[in-house]
Design a protein around this ligand. Structure first.
Ligand code: ZN
Length: 185
């Protein structure tokens, strides 16, 4: 039941963001939501202010510790490597996400590596990863994709070069690294 509540909270947070960057996160400890936040990258602005990092910062304040022992992180989207690493350093026990990486435009992520792969190879990670509610994810994928195409003028595959052509100042050398700058996940 807490899975549903926490994911609902994460989406409530996500809905506070501008249309193409609706990313939210909630953190649960002992069956209670102790923190929830959304993407603040463009608003602050702060490259690191992804929803998950923002929620982790908030949760650390709540528990007055930099280790989030016994906590589960719920994210509307599969976290990027930065956010997953942050969860790992914080000692989060489980990550639950809804929209998988493959349902997102490539530029939202800095790496082709999935968090499952990263998790397997990371020395410090003991995080369990779960995907939440696959059907909803597919419905979401279609609506979000249409929104991305409309808002960013993407060709459909989210190619960073297409974004750069739209006049945005992006140094397109390594697609993956530059892509993160545009992605406000
Ligand atoms: Zn992230």
């Amino acid at each position: 039941m807490i899975d549903k509540q926490a994911m609902k909270k994460a989406w409530e947070m996500a809905n506070k963001c501008e249309p193409s960057y609706k990313f939210g996160c909630a953190i649960v400890k002992d069956g209670k939501i102790i923190a929830a936040d959304h993407n603040h990258v463009g608003e602050i602005p702060d490259t690191s202010a992804h929803a998950e990092v923002s929620a982790i910062r908030q949760a650390c304040k709540v528990v007055e510790d930099y280790i989030l022992k016994g906590c589960t992180l719920y994210s509307t989207h599969e976290p990027c490597i930065m956010c997953f690493s942050c969860a790992m350093w914080a000692g989060v026990e489980k990550v639950v996400y809804q929209v998988p990486k493959e349902d997102q435009d490539d530029f939202m992520y800095a790496s082709n590596m999935s968090i499952e792969d990263f998790n397997r190879t990371a020395l410090r990670s003991k995080i369990r990863i779960e995907r939440y509610n696959k059907k909803t994810s597919l419905r979401y994928q279609k609506s979000q994709h249409r929104r991305s195409v409309k808002t960013l003028g993407l060709s459909g595959n989210g190619d960073i070069k297409n974004i750069a052509k739209k006049g945005k100042k992006v140094n397109v050398r390594a697609k993956s690294a530059s892509g993160k700058k545009r992605g406000k996940k």
